[in-house]
Design a protein around this ligand. Structure first.
Ligand code: PEP
Length: 263
């Protein structure tokens, strides 16, 4: 069996400037320390805006905090005439561990296609970053009952061209769009249904491409209106290996109690 250490990831979105971000992170580190948080059991990661990352690096590395961090997006390119874009190379220099790729807000507001998302996944690996590939269906697709098919198609195109080792390292976050920032949380059984379908697809449909243990190693997260009150029941599901938290990651006490879901 493989150790799929639970990952609790906080997506700050466009909140907390570089000063607020540092204050927040210090408080979070103290709160987790006080609560006796054990990083060997549960991994904690935050996703601040780009402009916070240098400050976050200085704090996390300088004070050896047991918190890792990543960016909310990256360019599919490495360098050149791409005004406003951020290279994975720059994120690696700031010692980011992870990078979100294909978040539904990027897919919707910036019209990111599956093809672009796949190029970003490859760009992340080129620079030693672990991509968190975000997938999930909108309300209409859910109501039509084709949510599994839709989400698996996003997964397949997201992982196209990767090696087994890369797929096993990758994190996939299932975030039904209708549950993001809406207070509408999918039930633990919905989270389990999709995570099990994703793991099953990697095990079965992609078995010709990927090594046998890939499906057992890959970490699958649920995201969409996760709070302290519902985190434990979602994280108890067999194929759910963590949560991606938006709104509730901006409150130190709330986020810390999600991290302490085992209690
Ligand atoms: C997210 O942005 O990934 C998210 C899940 O947001 P929220 O928790 O606010 O629904």
């Amino acid at each position: 069996t493989f150790d799929r250490r639970p990952l609790i990831a906080g997506n700050w979105k466009m909140n907390l400037d570089h000063m607020q971000g540092i204050t927040f992170l210090q408080k979070l580190a103290w709160t987790l320390d006080d609560a006796g948080h054990d990083p060997a059991r549960v991994e904690v990661s935050v996703f601040p805006p780009f402009t916070d990352l240098r400050g976050v690096q200085t704090l996390v590395k300088g004070d050896s905090l047991d918190i890792v961090y990543g960016a909310q997006d990256l360019s599919p390119e490495d360098s050149g005439a791409y005004t406003g874009d951020i290279s994975g190379q720059f994120l690696a220099r700031l010692e980011c561990s992870y990078v979100l790729v294909g978040h539904s807000e990027r897919r919707t507001l910036h019209r990111e296609s599956d093809e672009l998302v796949n190029r970003k996944v490859h760009a992340a690996f080129r620079h030693g970053l672990v991509p968190i590939l975000c997938v999930g269906e909108g309300l209409e697709i859910r109501q039509a009952g084709s949510h599994v098919e839709h989400t698996l198609a996003q997964v397949r195109s997201g992982v196209a061209g990767l090696s087994s080792e890369q797929v096993a390292t990758l994190v996939i976050a299932y975030e039904p769009v209708w549950a993001i920032g809406t207070g509408e949380v999918a039930g633990p059984e919905d989270a389990q249904e999709m995570c099990s379908a994703i793991r099953g697809a990697i095990r079965a449909e992609l078995e010709a491409l990927f090594a046998a243990d890939t499906a057992a190693r890959i970490r699958l997260l649920y995201g969409g209106s996760v709070k302290a009150a519902n985190a434990a029941s979602i994280l108890r599901e067999r194929d759910v290996d963590g949560v991606l938290v938006g709104g509730a990651s901006l409150d130190v006490a709330e986020f810390a109690s999600i991290v302490r879901f085992e209690e």
